[in-house]
Design a protein around this ligand. Structure first.
Ligand SMILES: Nc1ncnc2c1ncn2[C@@H]1O[C@H](COP(=O)(O)OP(=O)(O)OP(=O)(O)O)[C@@H](O)[C@H]1O
Length: 299
């Protein structure tokens, strides 16, 4: 099973061209979708989750029990295979975690009460919320809400799971817990993690794509994408006032404050006099690809 997105385009009624001929192959396992704010990630996630229409193109889930599923037209069948944690996950504040999960399980068609009880209890344990199952969702922290969000997304053993910017606003411990939870999701599942946090993708994903201004600007294995940059990223510490001068002379891909100084990374096929070679990482890949399309100010 894999998800094949071909030539997908979407323009909103206000004229924003949010997706431009997006073509992606998403295999089983954890797939990272990276992009800056407004890149089109949520538009793509909502389209895959059957919540909005595309103008053109196709999305196919291949080899589902021997047949292909047309996500754009076979919406009910797709929803039965889907677990979705949206960017804005609203909860009913006065309902307990246990009651809410039970309700969602009923909506997802699990009619047998005993079966539902076992399922809900198992999920609450999995996401480490069993001890607070009788507490109202309104009392949960951001991280607890996100873990609850994953529990509801896992109801019905989905084969396709979409999580949209799940770790924004979580403290490091909660983020770590959330990562571990995602990593435990079965291997025969397509999991799409949409985020603007490069480290989330580095930690979790075996495949990825970067989108910018509605277009796919890179896709592949994160290690391969990093390997392609070897010998092409050069570093220099400069004064903040010098940044514009360097930008005029070199292809500066990022500027970051490090210990009060500005660390500048520039892209070049060969050495740049006065710059040191650095071992690139996924953040360099991200900035190198994004700065091909738009200006990025990081300091
Ligand atoms: N319903 C809508 N109507 C009109 N324009 C929209 C709508 N939803 C999104 N957009 C616009 O489409 C573009 C892509 O937005 P989208 O939310 O898909 O990006 P994103 O990558 O998820 O961004 P973020 O990381 O900020 O959530 C943006 O310019 C956004 O303003």
């Amino acid at each position: 099973m894999q998800l094949e997105i071909r030539n997908l385009s979407k323009t909103y009624s206000n004229g924003v061209h949010a997706l431009k001929d997006v073509t992606l192959t998403i295999p089983q396992g954890m797939f990272g979708l990276l992009g800056p704010n407004g890149a089109g990630k949520s538009s793509l996630m909502r389209t895959i989750a059957t919540l909005q229409e595309a103008d053109s193109g196709s999305i196919t889930l291949t080899d589902v029990g021997g047949a292909d599923l047309n996500v754009l037209t076979q919406k009910d069948a797709t929803r039965r295979l889907l677990g979705y944690l949206p960017q804005e996950f609203g909860v009913y504040p006065r309902v307990t975690a246990e009651a809410m999960l039970d309700h969602i399980a009923t909506l997802k068609g699990i009619a047998n009460g005993r079966e539902r009880k076992e399922l809900v209890s198992g999920l609450l344990q999995k996401v480490n919320l069993h001890t607070v199952r009788k507490k109202n969702l309104g009392t949960f922290s951001g991280g607890m809400k996100q873990r609850f969000g994953i529990a509801q997304a896992l109801i019905g053993n989905p084969r396709l799971i979409i999580v949209d910017e799940p770790t924004a606003g979580l403290d490091p411990a909660e983020r770590n817990r959330f990562h571990n939870l995602l990593a435990e999701i079965g291997e025969n599942t397509v999991v799409i993690l949409s985020t603007h946090i490069v480290e989330d993708v580095t930690n979790l994903c075996s495949d990825m794509a970067i989108i910018c201004l509605g277009e796919v600007v890179a896709q592949g294995n994160p290690n391969d994408l990093v390997a392609d940059l070897h010998g092409k990223v050069w570093q220099k510490f400069v004064e903040k006032t010098e940044i514009d001068t360097y930008r005029a002379m070199h292809r500066v891909i990022s500027t970051q404050l490090k210990g009060g100084k500005t660390r500048l990374h520039a892209y070049s096929d060969g050495p740049i006099p006065g710059f040191d070679a650095v071992t690139p990482d996924l953040e360099d890949v991200y900035f190198a690809k994004i700065t091909e399309r738009m200006e990025v100010t990081t300091v």
